[in-house]
Design a protein around this ligand. Structure first.
Ligand SMILES: Nc1ncnc2c1ncn2[C@@H]1O[C@H](COP(=O)(O)OP(=O)(O)OP(=O)(O)O)[C@@H](O)[C@H]1O
Length: 305
């Protein structure tokens, strides 16, 4: 019998998962799984639980939570040998990663996808000692996300980021930064840089439209020094995915990246604070096998290398 370990964050999103757990467990049982659950207790616990699940030989790990929980599970898995497949149940407020994998909204819909058992090995990013599945970045513009109190995040979700973001925009200053992209040097004033593995970031679904998730490359996007009016124009273009040819944008694929800012710059990893830069980024090609919808596999196969 196949064995699954469900690691869930009971505080994630609107605390919905616990209520649906009996139905989730029944579905897994009908599909032939012996399932056990672990409710996370705080920061870092999902990583420990994932490590233990691998030691105990589970065939499948399921991460139920927001992007923070999925990131922790990936950090627990990334350095272990004999990694099982990883299924995702999005329960958070942003769920960028689940959206990038075309995993549908609704707990039971996501469970149905997991039980279809179609999977694909996908790239994982490493920056300094941390792993990420979606995006890492820095620059004054990305530091806005920490300004949103978590109560506000839970109540009004994604909108909170934008409200706070617009309020802070006039105060954002560029930072002189050295960025090495597979050896090629960029040395200038930048507003932000993003190292992306997927194309879905903070509701901008076409920010890195060419991002293929199993090609071993990051899609790197750098915003040069720009004023408020230019930024608003670019943000509007980015919503439609037509920002990449703009002279204020550098967009390039790279496997290995070094970022050294002249001033203090925070690193953001999958939406959470990840320490201070400098940082060295490496793409780990097809490092974790994710359970995904069939249409996601077809979409990846259609993208150019
Ligand atoms: N029992 C718990 N009580 C409080 N915090 C927890 C608990 N379990 C885990 N956490 C922490 O909550 C963080 C955020 O959780 P998660 O990302 O799942 O939910 P979210 O904030 O609702 O979603 P999103 O990240 O999409 O905004 C995790 O990184 C983890 O450190």
């Amino acid at each position: 019998m196949k064995r699954a370990r469900i690691i869930y964050n009971p505080t994630s999103g609107r605390e919905a998962f616990r209520k649906e757990l009996p139905v989730v467990l029944e579905k897994f049982e009908i599909a032939g799984y012996e399932t056990s659950t672990h409710a996370t207790t705080g920061e870092g616990d999902a990583s420990d639980a994932a490590r233990k699940a691998i030691d105990r030989g589970y065939d499948l790990i399921v991460a139920a939570g927001g992007d923070g929980t999925i990131n922790e599970v990936i950090n627990g898995m990334a350095e272990q040998d004999g990694r099982p497949k990883l299924g995702i149940i999005p329960v958070g407020t942003t769920n960028d990663f689940a959206r990038a994998l075309s995993i549908p909204k609704g707990i039971q819909n996501a469970v149905d996808i997991i039980l279809e058992d179609k999977s694909m090995p996908l790239d994982i990013g490493k920056v300094n000692d941390h792993y990420f599945m979606n995006i890492a970045g820095g620059g004054k513009l990305t530091e806005l996300t920490y300004e949103v109190p978590s109560k506000l995040k839970t109540m009004i979700g994604q909108l909170a980021y934008y409200i706070k973001g617009i309020e802070m925009l006039p105060f954002i200053k560029p930072t002189h930064t050295r960025v090495e992209l597979d050896g090629e040097l960029i040395d200038e004033d930048i507003m932000m840089f993003l190292v992306s593995n997927t194309n879905s970031v903070g509701g901008f679904e076409k920010l890195a439209p060419d991002a293929k998730m199993n090609d071993g490359y990051f899609d790197v996007l750098i915003l040069r020094k720009s004023n408020l009016a230019e930024f608003i124009r670019l943000a509007t273009l980015a919503l439609r995915g037509t920002h990449l040819d703009d002279p204020l944008i550098i967009y390039q694929k790279a496997r290995h990246i070094k970022v050294t800012p002249e001033d203090k710059m925070q690193l953001n990893i999958d939406g959470e604070y990840g320490g201070l830069l400098p940082g060295e980024f490496t793409n780990l090609k097809e490092h974790i096998e994710f359970v995904v919808p069939e249409k996601f596999i077809a979409k990846q196969e259609d993208l150019q290398d």
